[in-house]
Write a protein that binds this ligand. Structure first.
Ligand code: ASP
Length: 311
């Protein structure tokens, strides 16, 4: 029984080396040097863009096993490009009070001011802390702690690339986490055996929605304009769809509406046509949630009613 923090690596910039352009080479053992941690595992050595739900489910099983063996928290290291999606994936499935913390780096180990060691040390400190319990999954980078549900990579390269609306859940102060709100965790979904593919389709100007007719899938997320609007043509395509369609806002912050607008393609029209509104979830998080809901046999409407709303 090891009550220290367990650390697993999946790859990403934090693991990348090379004399020219860098690629993932380092494992978790190389990264944790000097840190007081328990179990260490390298589960993959790949860039964030190549991660699959299969790998994420393996990481979830590993993390759950560590908690069952007594770990006080778990850190998952990976590429920052998809870190917000992994954080949310864990947040939806994580049934424990022990914290699960995802982290990575914006600068690879060969660059001046590489942030990997500081981010990893901060993530371990957050995962080990008593006041991180009961918060689900959090993302730690740049001395900020972000709730999985709200965080997004909002800049392609800066050290402060990760931002949350309405702001970070907490900060690291003198190396230890301090939170702005008491702990709160939503009920977790059952772990699915398999996860169906769900495309993400963006509503743009002069988009008639016929792409939805071509899809042979179990569900779709539409990144809609504003508070959940699409063209009249796309609204017709949503009516024709034989799979669940979840509508999220493409704006980057704010919630979808339900009853303010009444034109063809408006939020109230789409609800009438059977669409599920994503509420406060951005399209990428909505896609993660819909895949997990479909995979675990949960009704999309019920799951989004709980996870897409605030107090
Ligand atoms: N730039 C990415 C990172 O920060 C690359 C990746 O996601 O693997 O790790």
């Amino acid at each position: 029984m090891d009550s220290r923090v367990a650390v697993a690596s999946l790859g990403g910039t934090i693991t990348m080396t090379g004399s020219g352009p860098v690629a993932p080479t380092l494992g978790a053992q190389d990264l944790v040097r000097g840190l007081e941690v328990g179990e260490i595992a390298t589960l993959a050595t790949i860039p964030g863009a190549s991660l699959t739900f299969t790998t994420l489910l393996e990481a979830f099983d590993w993390a759950t096993g560590q908690v069952a063996d007594g770990a006080r928290g778990v850190v998952i290291i990976q590429g920052t490009d998809t870190l917000e999606e992994t954080a949310y994936f864990f947040d939806c499935l994580w049934p424990h009070d022990e914290p699960v913390v995802v982290t990575g780096a914006m600068r690879h180990p060969g660059l001046p001011g590489a942030d990997g060691p500081a981010n990893l040390a901060a993530a371990v400190s957050v995962a080990a802390s008593e006041n991180s319990r009961g918060r689900g999954a959090v993302l730690v980078l740049n001395d900020e702690i972000h709730a999985a549900r709200w965080v997004r990579k909002a800049h392609s390269s800066l050290m402060n690339a990760f931002q949350s609306f309405p702001g970070p859940a907490g900060l690291l102060v003198e190396g230890a986490p301090q939170y702005f709100h008491p702990a709160h965790r939503l009920p977790s979904l059952p772990r699915p055996e398999t996860v169906p593919a769900v495309p993400l389709v963006e509503a743009t100007v002069d988009e008639d929605g016929s792409i939805l007719d071509w899809l042979d899938v179990e569900g779709v997320v539409v990144a809609a304009t504003g508070v959940g609007h699409v063209s009249a043509g796309m609204a017709e395509a949503i009516s024709r769809a034989r799979f669940p369609v979840v509508v999220a806002s493409r704006t980057g912050a704010g919630t979808t509406f339900r009853s303010t607008y009444g034109f063809a393609g408006s939020e109230s029209d789409l609800i009438e046509r059977g669409a599920v509104m994503a509420g406060w979830l951005c399209p990428r998080k909505a896609r993660v949630l819909l895949r997990l809901a479909l995979g675990s046999g949960s009704a999309a409407e019920d799951v989004f009613a709980v996870r897409g709303s605030v107090f």
